[in-house]
Design a protein around this ligand. Structure first.
Ligand SMILES: C[S@@+](CC[C@H](N)C(=O)[O-])C[C@H]1O[C@@H](n2cnc3c(N)ncnc32)[C@H](O)[C@@H]1O
Length: 227
């Protein structure tokens, strides 16, 4: 197989989307307002948000619980949530509508090409990635979202002083994240001990975090500043 035809390694597997009637209704009615269509051109944030403000991207928001809560807590910021799983997008659309939140826009696609093609260089104030799929088997480690190349891409899109916030309940992935981040000269670890940071009080509890805690896993937060 030639390089050109090799399928890209993805950090997700698209499960068969079982949309509830309410989620389908939300996608039909609310996507035109909150959705970011799939194109290959750079975004102009002014086309999407009513206010001009710092933009934070959350990757892999799952059911979107953290996304709408952060957007509600931080109304002076704009949020872009990226998630490939359609039912999760439907769930978040319903929550945004129910809580009257308008500083969130949603992309339903792979975050890796989205960062390559759509996010202007130096345009983000933050990237938040909470409980990304841990891919525990060694042969699947290459599927982990946090890889040197994607960290480089996020560095390219973050403004100087922008914050990359990672959290995981899977200790081997936390160590992998630290290794990858230590290999990047574009970021400074904000942890005084050079590894993990205290969980910021404002970070909402997520569905997968609760699941990890139920299994007795320790949750690790990591905060890095773009130099
Ligand atoms: C383990 S779940 C965590 C969801 C949520 N952040 C939470 O803590 O409950 C990881 C999520 O990331 C999404 N995901 C994985 N890779 C992605 C990618 N490249 N682009 C967008 N979403 C992705 C998956 O579909 C999944 O919903």
């Amino acid at each position: 197989m030639t390089e050109k035809h090799r399928r890209p390694i993805r950090s997700f597997v698209l499960r068969g989307g079982r949309l509830t009637v309410a989620q389908q209704h939300a996608l039909d009615e609310l996507w035109p307002h909150y959705g970011i269509g799939q194109h290959k051109t750079l975004l102009d944030f002014d086309d999407y948000f009513a206010q001009r403000a710092d933009v934070i991207v959350e990757i892999g928001f799952g059911n979107g619980e953290s996304t709408w809560r952060m957007a509600q807590q931080e109304p002076d910021k704009n949020f872009i949530g990226i998630e490939v799983h359609e039912p999760g997008v439907g769930h978040l659309l319903m929550a945004l509508d129910a809580h009257g939140i308008d500083n969130v826009r949603i992309a339903c696609e792979d975050a890796v090409p989205f960062f390559q093609h759509r996010i202007p260089p130096g345009s983000l104030a933050g990237v938040r990635i909470y409980f990304p799929d841990p891919w525990p088997k060694k042969r699947h480690h290459k599927r982990r979202l946090i890889q040197p190349e994607f960290v480089g891409q996020m560095a390219h899109c973050l403004a100087s002083g922008g914050i990359l916030h990672l959290a995981t309940d899977w200790q081997p992935y936390a160590e992998h994240m630290l290794d990858v981040m230590e290999g990047s000269t574009a970021f400074r670890n904000l942890s005084a001990s050079g590894d993990y940071s205290a969980r910021p009080a404002w970070r909402p509890h997520t569905k997968y975090e609760k699941r990890g805690e139920g299994l007795g896993h320790k949750v690790r937060d990591m905060l890095f500043e773009r130099s």
